[in-house]
Design a protein around this ligand. Structure first.
Ligand SMILES: [Zn+2]
Ligand SMILES: [Zn+2]
Ligand SMILES: [Zn+2]
Length: 468
């Protein structure tokens, strides 16, 4: 049974049944299977924040991925801080029941951590990988919030404490993961950032195109229909009435006896008059001024993990080949693949006219390939995915068990034809590597015709176990 662990600090204590107390530097020494979540006292929230940072910057998955709850007693903690935890418990309502309730609420996260092959011994040094893992373990859409307390203007509260001063920025890391198709982004907003210091706090101002001063004033132009005289509003103003300086008639109704065709600007510094002011931006942080097009415009996105990202969160970021394949061919999650299999099986059973085949492919020594290919890996994997693309059809459904094992449903394809496709795949792969390097990755293929008696789980399992 997992229990909450209250993290002790100099200024805090807790007296409640059903909770363990632990010192900050002991985190790594206990059996992580026993920990339901870390509970941090936020009475002095700056200290609590430090504790959270230490946890999230730890390299052991069993420590940094663990759920963290805040014990709070005031509502004055800044929004981007208070939302950085996995949940909050108010001190006044903190009792054994609530603590226990949270144990079951965060259980899915703990189970995800437990399923990792290296949760206890591993050390995740790559910040992008840590980010991918924490998003995957929470299984929610990561949404940014706005804040004036960070230069970036936007923060992803869950990620904030993971990043130390020496790490790449949060936005850059997320953009990288998205570019690798490990995360999917959903548009939230677009924002300008100072191209020099990255600050989101820019003053957009209208300025004089002649002397660049922003000491300018604007006025509306008025066009008098009767006499066609056009001048600034100020010239027409007589007390609280508008009177034409040329024909001396009073202007009463806009649209009837006059209109306002445009706005005119005056520079108070050089007396220049103009219609289109120059827009300039000044950074509140570093003070530099630039035209908006020379600042950095970025889309602010909310992120969810992709099917291939889930895979990479388990097996590592160098799951390059599956990333590329997913991009080129669209890989289905194993779950969706099984669903599709069931649909296809009932279709075959009902119409008794079609044959489709299940094809299981394993590349041996693909891990050695990475080392051999080094910088050329991406290029070669693109070629490899092109071979997949030419052999498979749009209607085929493909999933990746991991970096080296692929399952394909070839619709409307007999076992004999599937065999031929597999041969073409094999030939293409051999040719690619013969041309590129002196290396031939072994490949095993097994083909089963899809019929109602074929148990997909057993078939896949059998392939995984008996083909090494
Ligand atoms: Zn001027
Ligand atoms: Zn007039
Ligand atoms: Zn700046």
């Amino acid at each position: 049974m997992r229990q909450p662990y209250y993290i002790q600090s100099a200024n805090s204590e807790i007296s409640c049944a059903g909770i363990q107390t632990i010192a900050q530097d002991e985190l790594q020494n206990i059996n992580s299977d026993d920990v339901a979540y870390w509970l941090i006292d936020m009475r002095i929230w700056t200290e609590g924040w430090e504790q959270l940072c230490k946890i999230r910057r730890n390299l052991a998955p069993a420590v940094y991925l663990k759920p963290v709850l805040f014990l709070i007693d005031s509502d004055t903690i800044p929004q981007e801080i208070v939302t950085a935890s996995d949940g909050n418990i108010h001190r006044s309502s903190c009792d054994e029941r609530i603590l226990e309730d949270w144990v079951s609420r965060v259980e899915p996260i703990n189970q995800w951590i437990e399923h990792l092959p290296n949760a206890k011994v591993g050390s995740d040094a790559n910040i992008a990988f840590k980010v991918l893992r924490i998003i995957t373990s929470r299984n929610v859409e990561l949404e940014p919030i706005t804040t004036i307390r960070r230069h970036s203007g936007y923060v992803y509260p869950l990620l904030e404490p993971m990043f130390g001063k020496r790490d790449t920025g949060v936005l850059e890391t997320l953009a990288f993961l998205e570019s690798q198709h490990l995360l999917n982004g959903r548009f939230i907003s677009s924002a300008h950032f100072c191209s020099h210091c990255g600050s989101a706090f820019l003053n957009f101002k209208e300025s004089c195109p002649q002397c660049s001063s922003d000491d300018i004033r604007s006025d509306e132009l008025i066009h008098h229909f009767k006499c066609a005289y056009t001048a600034e509003m100020a010239d027409f103003r007589t007390g609280d009435r508008l009177v034409c300086p040329k024909c001396e008639r009073e202007l009463k109704h806009i649209g009837v006896d006059y209109d306002k065709p445009s706005i005119v600007y005056h520079c108070n510094q050089c007396s220049h008059t103009f219609q289109d002011p120059k827009i300039m931006t000044a950074c509140y942080n570093c003070g530099r001024t630039a035209e908006p097009e020379h600042q950095e415009a970025r889309s602010i996105l909310a992120y969810t993990v992709s099917a291939i990202g889930q895979n990479a969160a388990d097996y590592g970021l160098d799951a390059l080949f599956t990333n590329i394949l997913d991009h080129e061919l669209h890989l289905f999650s194993e779950h969706a693949f099984r669903d599709f299999y069931r649909i296809e099986m009932s279709r075959i059973e009902r119409y008794k006219r079609s044959t489709s085949s299940l094809v299981m492919i394993r590349f041996h020594d693909l891990d050695k390939l990475y080392i051999k290919l080094a910088g050329k890996a991406r290029e070669v994997f693109y070629e490899l995915s092109t071979i997949f693309k030419t052999v498979l059809r749009q209607s085929d459904v493909i999933t990746a068990k991991n970096e080296t094992i692929f399952f394909v449903i070839m619709t409307e394809t007999s076992a004999k034809h599937a065999e031929r496709a597999a041969e073409r795949l094999q030939e293409g792969v051999s040719a690619l590597f013969e041309n590129n390097l002196d290396f031939k990755p072994a490949m095993s293929v097994r083909i089963r015709e899809i019929h109602p008696k074929l148990d997909i789980d057993a078939a896949l399992e059998d392939f995984l176990e008996n083909d090494n």
